[in-house]
Design a protein around this ligand. Structure first.
Ligand SMILES: [Zn+2]
Length: 378
């Protein structure tokens, strides 16, 4: 299966996509899948992300056991209560039925084991969610008003930045920010005589926040400014390390020109450390790259995707916390949980065509003016 076939299969399940992430709902349970690999040997691999209200490590192990021989599950990360794993479906398995079985098994097993999706909105941290939306990295319960207010704020900031953003002030900010970011590196090098790679990451990070704070335009130029300023900071950092060290050891201060003639006279003395700073700043840059590459375009894309995934939540979708876990969730969970689906209580939900069930899950949220009264971020 290739990415286009994958996209079509997800569209049949009423998923909303930004071309990369597919957000779907199965019986009120939000999930995100991302196509990872296909075509070779006919197998299909994708990343599955589910947001729970507790660490889902136990659930992962149980699912791995239950789905043994059906799909291959590989854990990626279970931090922040996020179930984050790669799923591989072999060429010998029919993709669509296997996918539906995976999702159904996941939802039913998690309910049987007492795992629930969060009931607090990630934006205002309050319960009483009325919809689902893609926020951060996961599809989860939210307040429509919170998502709209947050995206409205993001869009206004982008608009303001586009209109009044200035490269000159941005570059000045990047220089000031990177100097502040270099202070911990200098202090540790002088007093601890250690060059720390982690602290060096603060130099490009400082450059980025300085650029942003002094209203530099957030586009592809941001990256270039941060890289250039950070690289220049390698010799500058070293100069200050030598200067402070000289003062600390009682040799007093020296001029930049003296330092330069010293560097050119005995480059072998200075170069190894200089290269180390360069290397550490480069590594630091990789560490903070995800933050630095956030451009206006990316922010706009994120906020419009987040709104496109908004789906109304049905009031009866949350099980009462006191409900005992069902021993055979495949038989009992759906019928009890969702009486509004208008099915005879005795039908066997596992035999229904799951594709038909997806579209009934929830309605897209109708467009409307962004309610501003919920915004507390100003
Ligand atoms: Zn909220």
């Amino acid at each position: 299966m290739d990415s286009a076939e994958f996209a079509a299969a997800m569209a049949r399940r009423d998923c909303v996509s930004d071309g990369k992430n597919y957000c779907g709902l199965y019986r009120g349970f939000p999930f995100v899948v991302t196509f990872a690999r296909g075509a070779t040997n006919g197998l299909t691999a994708f990343v599955l992300r589910l947001q729970f209200s507790a660490p889902p490590g136990k659930l992962f192990r149980e699912l791995k056991k239950r789905l043994n021989g059906v799909v291959r599950l590989q854990k990626l990360n279970m931090a922040n209560n996020l179930f984050f794993a790669t799923v591989t479906i072999a060429a010998t398995q029919p993709f669509e039925t296997t996918f539906d079985r995976l999702i159904a098994e996941t939802v039913n097993t998690s309910a049987a084991m007492g795992f629930s999706i969060p009931d607090a909105c990630p934006i205002c941290k309050n319960p009483g969610c009325d919809a689902y939306a893609f926020v951060g990295v996961s599809y989860r319960p939210v307040h429509i008003a919170c998502v709209r207010a947050q995206n409205y704020d993001a869009r206004s900031k982008v608009q303001k930045n586009e209109m009044s953003g200035n490269y000159i002030t941005g570059i000045i900010g990047a220089i000031i920010g990177s100097v502040i970011g270099a202070v911990p590196t200098v202090l540790l090098a002088v007093y601890g005589e250690i060059i720390s790679g982690w602290l060096c990451a603060l130099i490009p990070l400082g450059a980025y926040y300085g650029y942003k704070l002094l209203r530099g335009k957030l586009n592809k130029a941001t990256l270039a400014v941060v890289i250039v300023v950070s690289l220049i900071m390698a010799p500058v950092t070293q100069f200050f390390v030598e200067l402070f060290w000289s003062v600390k050891e009682g040799y007093g201060v020296f001029a930049v020109s003296d330092y330069l003639s010293y560097v050119f006279a005995v480059p072998g003395e200075v170069m190894p450390n200089m290269l180390l700073y360069l290397l550490f700043i480069a590594i630091g840059f990789v560490v903070v790259f995800r933050i630095v590459k956030t451009t206006n375009t990316a922010i706009l894309q994120q906020s419009s995707f987040s709104e496109a995934t908004l789906r109304m939540m049905r009031p009866q979708q949350f099980p009462a916390q006191t409900q005992p876990a069902q021993l055979d969730p495949l038989q009992q969970y759906p019928a009890q949980q969702y009486p509004a689906q208008a099915q005879p209580a005795q039908t066997q939900p596992a035999q229904q065509n799951p594709v038909q069930q997806y579209p009934e899950q929830a309605q897209p949220v109708a467009d409307g003016p962004a309610p501003r009264e919920q915004s507390s971020t100003e």
